[in-house]
Write a protein that binds this ligand. Sequence first.
Ligand code: ADP
Length: 260
Amino acid sequence: MYALGIDIGSTATKVVIVDDAAFVKASAICDLGAGTSGADKAVADAFSQLGIAWDDISYTVATGYGRQRFERANKQVSELSCHAKGLASQLPQTRTIIDIGGQDAKALRLGPGGMLENFVMNEKCAAGTGRFLDVMARVLESDISQLGELDAQARVPVEISSTCTVFAESEVISHLAAGESIPDIVAGIHVSVAKRTVGLVRRLGAVEGPVAMSGGVARNAGMVRALERELGMEISVPPNCQLCGALGAALYAIERAHRG
Ligand code: ADP
C-alpha cells in the first residue's frame, strides 16, 4: 500500500510517496507551482520511480497554496500542519521552524511531540521570500542554486537598505555598476532577507531552540548562515528541506489509509 502527499506551492510542486511503514519510497520536485502542469509532472515523475499508477495509491493528501484544486486528493491539510509534521518526523526536538517558500515566509512554534502551537506569516510582500532571491539572482545573472556558494566567497557584504523588492533590485544594479563583487552583493542580499525574517520570527516571542528550517530557500546555505548570524542561534536543515510539506502530507495520508 502506498500513500501520496503533494505540496502545490506558489512556485514549485513537491510529491512524496510513502509505503505502509511510512518510509519514503519516491519523491519529486517540479519547478512549476499552482495553476500549472506542475502537479501532473511531479506525480508522473514520482510514479515512474516506482513503476506505479493512481490505482496503487490508497490515500492522497494535498497541501500548499494550490491544494484546493487538486481533484485527486482525498483530503486537504494546511501547509502549516504539513510542514510541522514533515519536519518533526526528521528533527523531532525542533521547537521553532522557519519556512521560506517562493512567495511567503512563516515562523512556526512547535510544542512537545511536534504539535503546532503558534505561527506568524508574511504573505503580503515578495521581500523576505524566495521570490526576492529569484529576482536578485536574475539581476546578478546567477542561478538560484549558486547563491550559497557565492555567499561563501564574500569579503564585506554590501548594504541593501530597501526592503521593497523593486527598490532593492535597483540598489543591486547600482552596486553592480559601482563595481562591487557579486559575492559581496549576494551576501548583502542574504543579510537583508535574514534581518526581515528574524523580525518575523521574533513576533512569536522569545525564540525557542532547537530551530530548523524548511522550504526551498533552506537549500541556500548562504541564506541559512545569514539567518544563524542574525538570530544568534544554530539552525538545522533536513536534507530534503523543500520536501517537508509534501512529506508531512504523505504521513497524514498513510495515517488516514491505516484508519481505513
Ligand atoms: P513554494 O512552496 O511557495 O512553491 P518552495 O518551498 O518550493 O516554495 O521554495 C521555492 C523557492 O526555493 C524558490 O523561489 C527559490 O528561491 C528557492 N530554491 C529552489 N531551489 C533552490 C536551490 N537549488 N537553491 C537555493 N534556493 C532554491
